[in-house]
Design a protein around this ligand. Structure first.
Ligand code: NI
Length: 137
C-alpha cells in the first residue's frame, strides 16, 4: 500500500462571465446557454479546491506546506480572476468560453508547472453549491 496522502486547500473568488459561442447565431446561443448567454454578464461565487497528492516528506511530515500552496493559489489564481469579468478582463478567456470546465482546465495549467512534478494535482471548481467540475477527470 502506498504512503501517498491527499491534501486540499479551498479558496474562493467572485467573477462575472457570459457563456457564448461567437461562431453561432444569437438564437443558437440562447438555446444552448439560456440565461448564461445574457449579454450583460452575470456573476458567480466560485469555490476552488486544489488537491495535491504525494508522500509526506520525512523531515516535515508534510505532503506540501499548506501556507505555500495557499500563497500560490492567491497569487496565481485569485489575484488574476477575483472581481474580474472573465470574458473581458482576462487573456485566458478572451477566446475561450469561460465555463466551469474551461476555468478548471486553465487553473490546472497555471498551477501545474508551479507544483513539484512528483505531486499529483487535481482542481475542483464549484460554480454553485450543486454544480462543480474536476480536472483531471
Ligand atoms: Ni454562469
Amino acid at each position: 500500500m502506498s504512503n501517498k496522502v491527499a491534501v486540499f486547500r479551498r479558496e474562493s473568488f467572485n467573477a462575472a462571465h457570459r457563456l457564448y459561442n461567437p461562431a453561432w447565431d444569437e438564437e443558437t446561443n440562447d438555446r444552448v446557454f439560456g440565461k448564461c448567454a445574457f449579454p450583460h454578464y452575470h456573476g458567480h461565487n466560485y469555490d476552488l479546491v486544489v488537491k495535491v497528492v504525494g508522500v509526506p516528506d520525512p523531515g516535515t511530515g508534510y505532503v506540501m506546506d499548506m501556507k505555500i500552496l495557499s500563497e500560490l493559489i492567491q497569487q496565481e489564481i485569485i489575484e488574476r480572476f477575483d472581481h474580474r469579468n472573465l470574458n473581458l478582463d482576462t487573456v485566458e478567456f478572451r477566446e475561450l468560453n469561460p465555463t466551469a470546465e474551461n476555468i478548471a482546465l486553465v487553473i490546472y495549467r497555471i498551477l501545474r508547472p508551479l507544483i513539484d512534478e512528483k505531486m499529483e494535482l487535481q482542481v475542483r471548481l464549484y460554480e454553485t453549491a450543486r454544480n462543480f467540475v474536476e480536472y483531471p477527470a
